[in-house]
Structures are given as C-alpha cells and as structure tokens.
Design a protein around this ligand. Structure first.
Ligand SMILES: [Zn+2]
Length: 159
C-alpha cells in the first residue's frame, strides 16, 4: 500500500512538470527578437522555412531521426538547450521524438489549428523558433511525445 501511494505521488509530481503555455502568438515575447531578413541571413533558406515559417521537414529525412548518441539537443536558432539524449526515443514517426524538455519552460506550447487539425505547437521559449508539435500519446511515463524537426536543432555530444 505504501509503495502504491509513493507511486501515486511520483505520478502527480510528474504531471506538474509543464511547459509554458500561451494562447496566442501575440502574447508571446521571446527574449531574442530579430526581423525576417536577419533570421533568413543567419539560418539559410531551409532552417528559416522550418523555424520561422513553421515548416515541417519530410519524415524520415532528418539528421537526428535515427540518431541516438549521448548529448544535448539545442535550438538551431539561438542555441538554447532543449532536450537531452536521455529523453529521446524512437517513435517510428519519421521525426526525432523526446518525452520531456530539458528544463521546465525551455519550450513554449501554443494551440495550433492549422492543416485542419487541433495540435499543440512547440516553440523555443528563448527565440520563438518553431520546433514541431507535442502529443499526449507517448509510450513512456511522461506520456508526452515531442515531435521535433531535425533542422530546428543542433546536437552536442557529451564529452
Ligand atoms: Zn531558440
């Protein structure tokens, strides 16, 4: 009984770990703000399309889809740390998948009604770059599946 109770407490404390959620893009004031021309110059056309125009890379094509080295994934727009390799799993969906953000608040969530679906878009809190979407159907204890474009991230191997 005691073990069961402890388990329940753990589950409850886990569910309190949450990303920052906003209801509209106009409420969102990322710390790093640049104009379109600056972003385009810095990111190049492919990353610009994903990060700043909310694009999606073709499934199965991303550099980090089948990438399972130990290290840290950061935002390709501003360098903010987003995920560790410990939280990465193979969701067989064609995009790198993670079950939690590196620290609470690293990622900002917003409802996305585009493409005829209701989804939760994920953004880098620091620069507002589009990362992908998060779903509640993950196979691990967090039940979350952060589905992220490889082009939105950089990777640094643990030394
Ligand atoms: Zn960023």
């Amino acid at each position: 009984m005691k073990t069961y109770f402890l388990g329940l407490v753990l589950v409850l404390s886990f569910s309190q770990c949450q990303s920052q959620t906003i209801s509209s893009m106009s409420d969102f004031k990322p710390e790093i703000s640049k104009n379109e021309t600056q972003w385009k110059q810095e990111l190049g056309p492919e990353k610009f399309r994903i990060l700043r125009q909310k694009g999606t890379e073709y499934p199965g094509t991303g550099e980090y889809d089948k990438h399972f080295e130990t290290g840290t994934y950061s935002c390709a727009g501003c360098g903010a740390n987003l995920f560790t390799s410990d939280s990465k799993f193979d969701a067989h969906c064609g995009w790198p998948s993670f079950d939690k953000e590196i620290i609470d608040g690293a990622i900002t969530e917003i409802r996305d009604f585009s493409a005829g679906m209701v989804r939760t878009e994920i953004l880098c809190t620091k620069c507002g770059g589009h990362l992908g979407h998060v779903f509640n159907d993950g196979p691990t204890k967090t039940k979350l599946r952060y589905c992220v474009n490889s082009l939105s991230m950089t990777f640094e191997r643990k030394k």
